[in-house]
Design a protein around this ligand. Structure first.
Ligand code: GLA
Length: 817
């Protein structure tokens, strides 16, 4: 049985965001030789693609590919080993010992190999008692570890923050990270020092002079919402970066398969614009041509590695569209037009609002397509959803032979089968000089139609003039819900030449929900507007980031399901006349301070179907029942005058089609343990560690009580072997609700299967802040079993939840869905 959690004791007491006054770190001891990381470090690290599966073979083979693919010569220099390279205990001499199975030739052997290829070697350590994966940490062992690494020929250290014994103060962070800086300096070997404390103590305010780079966020993952959220956090930190001191938004996921090529190009573009370290995190031995092309774009790399070393500044950031401006040596500027929204958008900036020198026109070199265009005074492009256009811009004397920048933008409302939708196209000439004989065409999917309701051509467009056209989009009644591309092409002449430009907009076909009663939080809205960050599903609105709320709580009552908004919010659903009723609780979330009241209204098309009247904070929830018969659209609004109030739709259930009132609410959830009468047999997996488990009425999301757990050690598994094997076939995930006490916690899930009780464990864990609550979810396809064991859902023998506790933590309703 494997009882170590990957996250054992991540973050101890109070290691949360520190807003302490800025502390000056002691100056670095003087070093000789060239400055370290004069430009952002580039290289490879095994963590994102391989986790703990690191080995000498992997590192050597990666070094080989860095050379053979040409990536080394493009600047990718460091080959970095992440966590799990050592044995679980130090040697008798107190030194870290490389795992001989993984590194039979030792780390020095790998270093020699890598150095012989003209590359450098990186290693991983931790400013705590153990690394994040439970290997020996360097806290209190700084001198000997720095000497060991330097002796092996290591050139780069990533220094992590798990099990840090910290009181959470910024002074403590500075102390722990400066101790290793000084130890590295005393070795006399130049070693790039990469601080990895996830932005916890705001290292950008103190780490210049301590490390050459510092992580600014939590761990990246291979999905779009992760990249989008990291950009949002890292972009405003531009003033803190410069040569030898870089913001690190974490390593690249390009090539790992969880994002589209457009999204990976945005990842690469924005990291370059933010002068971020470019540390490849994919299996280079198996990388596709497309992956190598993205990672190997030399003009984008040149933006990242520009010797001025300035992180691109945010010029504008509105409605999910961001413009970054980065000065480059020699006077050019890199301008990025980033569209984080889910649809095509025209993103632009006036040259006068950037650092560009005044000029009659500008040359725009598109660093992804390689095309060069000229613009008079506005730098703009139609950027696909999740895409980024990066232009290298320089002043241009006369437009001469350079083709004009003509932008084919479009906007499209929701598209409904049979009813269709409305498309607006806008073709804008941003070039110096006229374009003539402009003709717009729209190509729809098979069986659809596009009919212009006004002129779709123009004899002449002057600089900055636009041709706008509205189109009726006809959609067959049989069109499937989902995303369908529509192509917009503008053909035109400039000078004597013919040219054209096209953009793709994705039509989202919506259909009404199927028959049944279902939690509204599992139905995709067509549109949402919210005052603070996104509307959250099954949690309160929290703050500006995604997934940053608590379990919805109104007047002390905690809900598993619902929608968390901040007033000024509006959520729309397409019903197609197929639904009859919405029943929901509403109220102001307990996390909100007392303030202005909020009013909740359910709209069925133009009709008010139910309204709450003003609700104040602390007040018990009200129940609304709305008749939706015949309505095409359902809209939920929460208003509170000028104030922003956390307004919750708690447990809203939508009924569609002809179904009995008592039919089960979808998705069906099966409670396994709800702690109504006792502990349900829950125990602590390692009883030797001590701790308690007791039924408690203080927190419950099901029934009237939950379970209070505590353990004196940093983390433990709570749960039980079962008397009878459990059959969970037909369900896809396990979940439980948790509320942390004085200090935060993390939650994770494991199950044991089969006669030999094989231990299968999830890899997803999330930090739960002090006094905050959430649902921990583990999908079965995210649970890993030991080699050779398959996850037999029909034969579950034990269920465990991991909690990293300091003080009491409450849990409830362990369930399968
Ligand atoms: C932390 C770091 C990651 C990785 C893992 C290794 O989560 O932030 O980048 O190094 O630890 O366990």
């Amino acid at each position: 049985m494997r009882l170590t959690a990957l996250v054992t004791a991540l973050l101890v007491a109070g290691a949360t965001l520190v807003a302490a006054p800025v502390q000056a770190a002691a100056p670095a001891p003087p070093t000789a030789g060239p400055a370290l990381a004069a430009t952002p470090p580039m290289g490879f690290n095994n963590w994102n693609a391989f986790g703990c599966e690191v080995s000498e073979t992997l590192i050597k083979e990666t070094a080989d590919v860095l050379v053979s693919s040409g990536l080394r010569d493009l600047g990718y220099e460091y080959v970095n080993i992440d966590d799990c390279w050592s044995l679980r205990e130090r040697g008798p001499d107190g030194r870290l010992v490389p795992d001989p199975d993984k590194f039979p030739g030792g780390i020095d052997g790998v270093a020699d190999y890598v150095h012989a290829k003209g590359l450098k070697l990186g290693i991983y350590g931790d400013a705590g008692t153990r690394t994040c994966a439970g290997y020996p940490g360097s806290l209190g062992h700084e001198e000997i570890d720095a000497r060991t690494w330097a002796g092996w020929g290591v050139d780069y250290l990533k220094y992590d923050n798990c099990n840090n014994q910290s009181d959470g103060s910024q002074e403590d962070y500075i102390r722990r990270y400066t101790a290793m800086r000084d130890a590295l300096a005393r070795t006399g070997r130049p070693i790039v020092y990469s601080i990895c404390e996830w932005g916890t103590s705001q290292p950008w305010t103190w780490a210049e002079g301590v490390g050459q780079l510092w992580r600014t966020t939590g761990d990246i993952s291979d999905d779009w919402s992760s990249v989008r959220s990291i950009i949002r956090q890292n972009a405003p930190l531009a003033p803190y970066a410069g040569p030898g001191h870089w913001n690190d938004p974490d390593m690249l996921e390009i090539g790992n398969g969880g994002m589209t090529a457009t999204e990976y190009r945005t990842h690469m573009s924005m990291w370059a614009m933010m002068a971020a370290p470019l540390i490849i995190g994919t299996d280079l031995r198996a990388a596709s041509a497309e992956t190598l092309e993205i990672l190997g774009n030399r003009e984008i790399i040149a933006v990242d590695q520009d010797r001025l070393g300035v992180q691109g500044a945010v010029v504008s950031d509105e409605n999910g569209l961001m413009v970054l401006d980065k000065p480059l040596a020699g006077g050019d500027r890199a301008i990025a037009l980033y569209n984080s929204t889910d649809t095509l958008a025209t993103v632009g900036v006036a040259a006068a609002d950037t650092g560009l020198r005044r000029a009659g026109a500008y040359r725009l070199r598109d660093l992804w397509t390689g095309r060069t265009l000229q613009a008079r005074s506005t730098i703009s492009a139609a950027v696909p959803a999740h895409g980024t256009v990066v232009y290298r811009v320089s002043p241009l004397r006369g437009p001469g032979d350079v083709p004009p920048s003509v932008v084919a933008g479009a906007a499209l409302g929701t598209v409904v089968p049979a009813d269709g939708g409305t498309l607006t196209t806008a073709v804008t000439n941003r070039g110096a000089g006229d374009v003539r004989d402009v003709k717009v065409t729209v190509r729809t999917p098979e069986g659809w139609t596009a009919t212009a309701t006004g002129p779709s051509g123009s004899a002449r467009l002057r600089t900055d003039a636009a041709l706008e056209t509205a189109w009726r989009i006809g959609v067959p009644a049989t069109a499937a819900a989902g995303r369908h591309p529509i192509e917009i092409t503008a053909a035109y002449r400039w000078g004597r030449r013919s040219a054209g430009t096209s953009s793709e907009i994705v039509a989202v076909v919506v259909t009404a929900p199927g028959d049944g009663r279902r939690h509204l939080s599992t139905v995709a809205p067509v549109s949402t507007v919210n005052a603070t960050g996104p509307v959250e599903a099954d949690q309160s609105n929290g703050g500006p980031l995604e997934d940053d709320g608590n379990l919805i709580t109104i007047g002390g009552r905690v809900y598993q399901r619902g929608l968390g908004t901040t007033t000024g919010s509006e959520i729309s659903y397409y019903l197609g006349g197929r639904c009859s009723r919405l029943v929901t609780d509403v109220g102001v979330d307990d996390e909100a301070a007392a303030g202005a009241p909020a009013t909740f209204t359910v709209h069925a098309d133009a009709r008010t179907a139910a309204t709450s009247g003003p609700m104040t904070s602390g007040q018990a929830p009200a129940t609304l029942t709305a008749d939706l018969t015949g309505a095409d659209w359902l809209r939920l609004t929460a208003e509170s005058g000028a104030a922003a109030v956390h307004a919750d739709w708690a447990s809203p259930v939508l009924t569609c089609g002809d179904v009995p009132d008592d039919s089960p609410v979808l998705p069906v959830s099966r409670t396994l343990f709800s702690f109504e009468t006792g502990t349900d047999g829950f125990t602590i997996a390692n009883p030797g560690d001590g701790g308690t488990v007791a039924r408690s009425p203080l927190f419950h999301t099901h029934g009237t009580s939950g379970l209070k757990v505590s353990t004196p050690v940093a983390g433990n598994w709570f749960g039980r072997p079962l008397d009878e094997p459990l059959d969970l076939t037909g369900t896809s995930m396990l979940r439980f609700d948790v509320r942390a006490g004085e200090v935060g916690t993390v939650g994770e899930i494991a199950i044991q299967v089969g006669e030999d009780m094989s231990w299968c464990q999830g890899g997803r864990w999330g930090w739960i802040g002090p006094h905050s609550s959430r649902t921990v979810t583990e999908r079965f396809d995210q649970i890993a079993c030991p080699l050779g064991v398959t996850l037999d859902l029909a034969d579950v023998r034990a269920v465990w939840v991991f909690l990293n506790t300091g003080g009491d933590v409450h849990i409830d309703d362990v369930r399968a869905e």
